[in-house]
Write a protein that binds this ligand. Structure first.
Ligand code: XUL
Ligand code: CO
Length: 433
């Protein structure tokens, strides 16, 4: 047991008028939104790594957080698990997510890593059976240890590929054992630092084989969850192969995996790629590969992946609008891949960061649902493309250039431009957010 969060109450919904810091003002898990409980729409998850494994360092300085569970033994790992499940209970979140390296001490070799992980998995299992949250996804950390400095699946050394493949097998076993609903691959070092020493084709073929092996193992294991790839354009490497949704779609098509793998989209990664969060969600949904989200935001001046907690309802509303348009989450959910600032030292900071973020997401979801129910945006979109409903417009798509040219001439087709009404649509959004 741990008394780390002893002074902090269980967080309950008290409504928008509440002045209690330790209460939800907008997240009411049982409120019905578009015929479904809010909790079942949002499917919140807490990320183990930022809260329990990260020491508060930045590129210029080391640890600022002092946590009783920091240390390299199994006892420390169990104390960390106790604290984590205490926090999950106070927040009432239905899910959590973890990397192997977040939850177990690093062993001397693969076999010791596996033993350590499986011991913690059993410990998690007991806590989950005793009413703890479920596992949204598990993943392998294939980027922190020095063996992965030149990549995991894309490493020039086949022994690193082997170690990574063995580690992913173990992490898939752990995820399956805990009833995980998804398995995530974020290629933290799958990219290059310089083209001068890099064989691009070889590395992408290695990555394609690796992902195919993951899919094969999923079926062998009988894992019913979804395999998710998480895009990011750069950082830590200069260029990452899983750049963005469009790039991953091309990669999946190339290796015949587009029906097997979906995407975990992170807000901050989308911004680093020069996209908006909602763009990446809308594109993945349109391509049939939308899976889950890592909710956070980046500092707009920093230019790197700052993993702030989300705090802008208008931004979050547009993301959930695309998710609702796509029919909502299936096995995916809203994982807070977000961390405190390194000066936020108190246990209460950790809890209240999540409370605020959950409220922002709840407001965003409600605004998104209201926009969808209003139908104003969708009606405008339908009207904009209405010309394509005409039989001659549809027939044209099966036609050819010469026939089209003949029709344009004989019918005197001469298009007259129409307003796209962008500002009016933006005004419409602002009625809801
Ligand atoms: C890194 C990142 C990871 C993945 C899981 O930027 O987002 O935490 O979500 O490996
Ligand atoms: Co992430």
């Amino acid at each position: 047991m741990t008394d780390f969060f002893a002074d902090i109450p269980e967080i309950r919904f008290e409504g928008p008028g509440s002045t209690n810091e330790f209460a939800f003002r907008h997240y009411d898990p049982d409120e019905t939104v578009m015929g479904k409980r809010m909790a079942d729409h949002l499917r919140f998850a807490v990320a183990y790594w930022h809260n329990f494994a990260w020491p508060g360092g930045d590129p210029f300085g080391g640890q600022t957080f002092e946590r009783p569970w920091f240390g390299d033994t199994m006892d420390h790992a169990k104390m960390k698990a106790d604290a984590a499940f205490e926090m999950f209970r106070r927040l009432g979140v239905p899910y959590f997510c973890f990397h192997d390296a977040d939850v177990r001490p690093e062993g001397a070799d693969f076999a010791e890593n596996t033993r350590n992980l499986m011991e913690i998995v059993e410990y998690f299992g007991e806590k989950m059976e005793a009413g703890g949250p479920k596992l949204l996804w598990g993943t392998a950390n294939l980027f922190s240890h020095r063996r992965y400095m030149a990549g995991a699946a894309t490493n020039p050394d086949p022994d690193v590929f082997a170690f990574a493949a063995a580690t992913v097998k173990t992490c898939m076993d752990a995820t399956h054992r805990l009833g995980g609903e998804n398995y995530v691959l974020w290629g933290g070092r799958e990219g290059y630092e310089t083209l001068l020493n890099t064989d691009l084709v070889r590395e992408s073929e290695q990555a394609g084989r690796f992902l195919s092996m993951v899919v094969d193992y999923k079926h062998k294991l009988g894992f019913k969850g979804t395999i998710l790839v998480e895009p990011k354009p750069q950082e830590p490497t200069k260029h990452q192969y899983d750049y963005d949704v469009g790039t991953i779609y091309g990669f999946l098509k190339r290796f015949g995996l587009e029906d097997e793998v979906k995407i975990n989209i992170e807000c901050g990664h989308a911004i680093l790629a020069g996209h908006s969060f909602e763009h990446e969600i809308a594109l993945a949904a349109a391509l049939g590969i939308f899976g889950s989200i890592d909710m956070n935001r980046n500092d707009y001046q920093c230019g790197w992946d700052t993993d702030h907690f989300p705090n802008s309802t208008p931004e979050v509303a547009l993301a959930y609008y695309e998710i609702l348009r796509a029919g909502g989450f299936d096995t995916g959910g809203t994982n807070f891949d977000a961390k405190l600032r390194r000066q936020s030292l108190d246990p209460a900071d950790m809890i209240l960061a999540h409370v605020g973020a959950m409220d922002v997401c709840a407001r965003g979801l409600k605004a998104a649902a209201a926009m969808l129910e209003d139908d104003g945006l969708e009606a405008a979109r339908r009207a904009r493309y209405a010309g394509w409903n005409a039989p001659e417009a549809q027939a044209m798509l099966g036609s050819d250039l010469a026939s089209i040219a003949a029709r344009v001439e004989s019918e005197g087709i001469n298009p007259s431009p129409r307003s796209a009404r962008q500002e009016r649509l933006e005004n419409l959004v602002n009625r809801f957010v």
